[in-house]
Design a protein around this ligand. Structure first.
Ligand code: GRF
Length: 200
């Protein structure tokens, strides 16, 4: 367990999908103040089961007219309602605008299923398979407005096996993410806390 007391910086998690990375964050004992999702998804159930408040900031528009700035402002408001100080994206399906990175400078984390800077984007696992690489992996990094960029905090390689499909490879990558991401978040939270203490 990487248990932290609720006295530390408050962590908010953004998710859209099956929520298995969120589950790992919770199982590791990290104290999650709120989970924000952009659509109805299993991550909400995961939060509910753990007794963590969740909010749907519903993305209604997936077309060209999507107001990314207004949507981002709503996500930031939801995080602020729970006094969040560090944000962990865990399979969040909406690219957010600058406001969240301005509100939480250097404090938005992401896990990506490839060895960045290789295979950025939503189809990282598919793209790695298509490229025929022998090895891919996962990356935990500080997120910036530029998608899948920003300082890398941790990386781990994973071999591509003969016969791998996008699903089998992604599942092996996620098994590593479920260990690496909570551990990296925990040390990041400690460094933030130390930094806060030295400022007082
Ligand atoms: C992870 O592979 C993460 O890196 C990517 O989306 C996946 C989320 O998995 N951005 P889950 O929905 O938590 O199972």
């Amino acid at each position: 367990m990487l248990a932290r007391t609720s006295a530390g910086p408050k962590l908010g998690v953004l998710a859209s999908g099956t929520g298995t990375i969120l589950e790992a964050i919770l199982d590791a004992g990290l104290d999650v103040a709120t989970v924000v999702v952009d659509r109805p998804c299993r991550a909400e159930e995961v939060a509910e089961r753990a007794g963590v408040a969740s909010e749907v900031v519903a993305r209604k528009d997936f077309g060209a007219g999507f107001d990314r700035s207004a949507y981002t402002a709503s996500v930031v408001e939801a995080l602020e309602r729970h006094s969040v100080e560090v944000v962990a994206m865990a399979g969040f399906g909406t690219v957010l605008a600058s406001a969240i990175f301005e509100r939480y400078p250097g404090r938005v984390l992401n896990t990506h299923p490839a060895l960045l800077p290789a295979f950025k984007g939503w189809h990282a696992v598919r793209d790695a398979l298509a490229a025929g690489v022998a090895e891919t992996g996962c990356t935990v990094h500080i997120a910036t407005e530029a998608v899948d960029e920003g300082p890398i905090l941790a990386q781990e390689p994973i071999a591509v096996l003969p016969g791998d499909t996008e699903d089998t490879l992604h599942e092996r990558i996620k098994a590593v993410e479920r260990r690496l991401y909570p551990a990296t978040i925990a040390s990041f939270m400690t460094s933030i806390e130390d930094h806060m203490e030295t400022r007082t």
